[in-house]
Design a protein around this ligand. Sequence first.
Ligand code: PRP
Length: 181
Amino acid sequence: MKETVTEILFPKEAIGRRVRELAGQISRDYEGREPLIVGILNGAFIFMADLIRALNVPCRVDFVRLSSYGAGSVSSGEILIGKDLEMPILGCDVLIVEDIVDTGLTLSRLVEILRKRQPASLKVCALLDKQERRRVPFTADYVGFFIPDRFVVGYGLDYNEKFRFLPDVCVLETSSEREDI
Ligand code: PRP
């Protein structure tokens, strides 16, 4: 397959502005508290790093690893738990940070798992939301940008582990190398 970045959907400046807005809103909502920010590896790592540095409240961080995608861009629907949290969350204010909500399978499953551990509160912040792709109902509490059903990479998002390093969120198109096939 040939992969081509065809368009910048959100340049780094626009992402930076939106991340600061989200951080402001989150800081107001969590005033006087110290949330535990839970990043979903790998995609959330850049967004989470920028978001927590823009918060005006103290926080702690932890990570989980789940996956819903096989190789490529099509979700398998199966959720695998790779790495669990290292801290107990009983009685904690937990904010899950995710790069993108697509089918909703990953976050709905993670929320279901973490609710059973009885946190004081549990919310979700996603940078991107592709609402038209939902297979299960899921609404994030904080969303950076609602986007159309296009495959996006950059700012932590990948295609086969590539393109995460790009500073902008970009549209990726894939095509067969041989267009006559
Ligand atoms: C991607 C993305 C979300 C999930 C969203 O993760 O980072 O975690 O898929 O899809 P869903 O709403 O359809 O469940 P991926 O499994 O590709 O792993 P990654 O974070 O390491 O890129």
